[in-house]
Design a protein. Structure first.
Length: 364
């Protein structure tokens, strides 16, 4: 297979999500044998996910990816005959963009993940540019008519091997817990935006008739009520991106936010509640409905996710117990595994992007 040189540009907008997606894509392309440079405007955010990264360095190589700060890209030469990936319409440095015209580049606009049906018709479409550089839209997605989701080839095998070990031991090693949760505890990850309806969540969990361990990365949320009933809300260390999957694999239910965490929670094959990134005019709620339509969770689970994204404490307190009762809970678990397996049968985003670019080079 021929190698292409990739320049991947990332501006951080959604907390860790943009950096997380771009780093996973860069690593995946490098693992496929492609030279990759990642230009990022806030390397300190990436360093939270990648502790080996020195956020002050002008350039360094990690996992085969050459990482540099955005300002250095303004004077860099685009890869001759290579691919420039503009992640999430971040807009390239003007001098760099002007230089692309003489370097025989291919230009990819990597879009945000969406379950809306219209993305299938736009995926792979050309976007004519004044400088003559061929540019194409590339959409991640949940169907074979899109670019798919990022996935390493050995991901599910690693999950199976990890889950063969005792969960309590894995949690203690990952999260530094002083003790393992009881065998009958419901373990949940709480990775949320600050405005999530935490009071409703804690109220519902405290009323359950089983112990609940709610694991919150970082400092204890300021608005968190005290533990009561069977609920324990535990602050755990913010784990690196490389170990985030292991944390998801330990939990019975994962509350996640943004795009990168959503995809990794889907691969975990366990029930999840997604807090989608908020947009003006509640446009994000239409995107959420499109995703729920593809997810096909049991109705109580879908109602819980809607309540969580409407920031409705009362509705969360009402819908969460219903989603955890039988037969909804078993149905949610079964559908989570089934959808994971369906998605794993589709293209991996990194491989699909590489194949798309190679086809475009061959037709020119």
């Amino acid at each position: 297979m021929s190698a292409l040189s990739f320049d991947l540009f990332c501006r951080v907008v959604d907390n860790f999500g943009d950096a997380g997606v771009c780093w996973r894509l860069a690593r995946r392309l490098a693992a496929l044998g492609q030279p990759v440079r990642l230009w990022i405007d806030r390397p300190e955010v990436l360093a939270r996910l990648l502790p080996a990264l020195d956020a002050r360095a002008d350039e360094q190589v990690l996992d085969g990816v050459r990482i540099g700060p955005w300002h250095r890209a303004e004077h860099a030469a685009p890869p001759r005959g290579g691919v420039v990936v503009e992640a999430f319409a971040c807009a390239l440095p003007p001098a760099y963009e002007a230089a692309m015209a003489g370097r025989d580049c291919l230009w990819i606009n990597l879009e945000y993940l969406s379950a809306e049906s219209w993305v299938e018709g736009c995926h792979g479409l050309p976007s004519p540019q004044a400088n003559g550089v061929p540019k194409f839209f590339f959409f991640p997605g949940f169907t074979p008519a899109t670019g798919g989701l990022l996935r390493e080839p050995d991901l599910l095998a690693r999950q199976e091997a990890a889950q063969a070990r005792d969960r309590g031991e894995r949690l203690r090693a990952l999260a530094g817990l002083p003790a393992a949760p009881p065998a009958d505890a419901l373990c949940m990850l709480l990775f949320r935006y600050p405005d999530a309806p935490l009071a409703g969540l804690c109220s519902a969990l405290a009323g359950l008739d089983r112990p609940v361990w709610l694991l919150a990365p970082g400092a204890r949320p300021p608005a968190a009520p005290p533990d009561r009933g069977g609920l324990r809300l535990l602050s755990i260390p913010f784990v690196s991106q490389a170990r985030f999957d292991e944390l998801l694999w330990c939990c019975d239910l994962n509350f996640v936010r943004g795009e990168d965490s959503l995809v990794r929670a889907l691969w975990a094959g366990a029930p999840l509640v997604w807090q989608i990134y908020r947009q003006a005019g509640d446009a994000h709620l239409d995107k959420l409905e499109a995703w729920l339509g593809r997810a096909r969770w049991p109705a109580p689970a879908a109602e819980l996710i809607r309540a969580w994204n409407r920031l409705d404490d009362e509705a969360v307190a009402r819908t969460l117990p219903a989603a955890l009762r039988e037969p909804a809970w078993s149905g949610w678990r079964a559908r989570s595994r089934a959808w994971r397996d369906e998605l794993a049968g589709q293209a991996d985003l990194g491989q699909d992007l590489l194949d798309f670019c190679l086809r475009q080079r061959q037709t020119r």
